[in-house]
Design a protein around this ligand. Structure first.
Ligand code: FAD
Length: 286
């Protein structure tokens, strides 16, 4: 089992993100995608966590299964909104007992339906303090290159990110479509004296409606050139091809700009990620 801080220190990483399945058929798709992507030898993989603890058991089950039954190095996402400290302690103990050494410490979003659960936390930085203070984990945090949608202004968002990152081992970004967005954020962090590794999150476009909705929710701007390229195609296979081409170009630009690795949002499917991986000629350390 490896700590992600050590993997990044050794060289460029490439990694894949999955979400825990809700149904038996989703479980099968995830198993297939993991089987197909495991053979590429990713540096690590990560598994998302439902806001307010809604996937607590399922995230734990997938991460622990990966740890015990595959060759993969897993990282568990953990959000703090809607949790009290004793629950976080139990979750961390369960991961440590299963030999899991990597946690992505996140704020999460307060669920909008029903009564909010009691919470000891407001921001990811408070969870980060608990997880890094625990001492058993390599800890990452989230970065939002185009600024988090709830932020009041860019400067304060960058200050909060710099403060988080100075105490974490690394960050992974929300997805975005142009290298300049990443380079600008890295320069702003350097101006604040923070030079920790930030892995860019890559979301290949595979479905036009879905990417527009996800970009709106996450605050990622769809550039006009990408909209124009997607407007020219309708067949789902052509949309996927354009998405893979655009993501490949972005990955090349990011590696040229010195990104310490690439983190792919797989949506529990393997085809687009495998094609980009092949286009880039990546090996275990890219
Ligand atoms: P925070 O760092 O707490 O930031 C949230 C907002 O608060 C920002 O606007 C920030 O500028 C501001 N802020 C931070 N500190 C302070 C402070 N001290 N005072 C005032 N304002 C402050 N969500 C899930 O539910 N499950 C997942 O598995 C998941 N995985 C993710 C993985 C990645 C790589 C990324 C980028 C996001 C992920 N998210 C996930 C989404 C994330 O939980 C949301 O974007 C959430 O709204 C913010 O999380 P954060 O960790 O950036 O929070």
């Amino acid at each position: 089992m490896a700590r992600i801080a050590d993997l990044i220190a050794k060289g460029r990483t490439f990694s894949f993100e999955f979400f825990p399945p809700k149904t038996d058929s989703a479980q099968l798709s995830l198993g297939r995608a993991i089987g197909e992507l495991e053979s590429l030898g990713p540096s690590f993989v990560s598994v998302t966590y439902g806001a307010g603890g809604s996937t607590r058991q399922r995230t734990h089950a997938v991460v622990s299964w990966m740890r015990k039954e595959t060759t993969l190095t897993p990282m568990a996402h953990l959000t703090c909104q809607g949790h009290v400290r004793s629950e976080i302690r139990d979750i961390l103990n369960a991961y440590a007992d299963d030999g899991v050494q990597n946690i992505l410490a996140l704020g999460g979003d307060v669920p909008t339906d029903g009564e909010p659960a009691p919470s000891d936390y407001t921001y990811a930085s408070e969870l980060l303090d608990d997880v890094s203070g625990d001492g058993r984990f390599s800890v990452g945090v989230a970065a939002h290159p185009e600024v988090h949608p709830r932020s009041t202004d860019r400067a304060s968002d960058r200050r909060f990110l710099a403060a988080k990152l100075s105490r974490a081992d690394f960050a992974i970004t929300q997805f975005f479509f142009e290298v300049e967005v990443y380079v600008r954020m890295m320069n702003e962090l350097a101006d604040l004296g923070v030079n920790k590794p930030v892995l860019p999150g890559i979301m290949p476009v595979t479905n036009k409606k879905q990417i527009v909705r996800m970009a709106e929710m996450s605050g990622a701007a769809m550039p006009q050139w990408l909209i124009d390229r997607l407007d020219k195609v309708d067949d789902p296979e052509d949309v996927r091809r354009v998405g893979v081409e655009a993501a490949t170009e972005l990955c090349r630009d990011l590696l040229d700009a010195g990104a310490p690795g690439l983190h792919f949002y797989t949506m529990n499917r393997s085809t687009a990620t495998r094609e980009i991986h092949a286009n880039l000629g990546l090996s275990s350390a890219c």
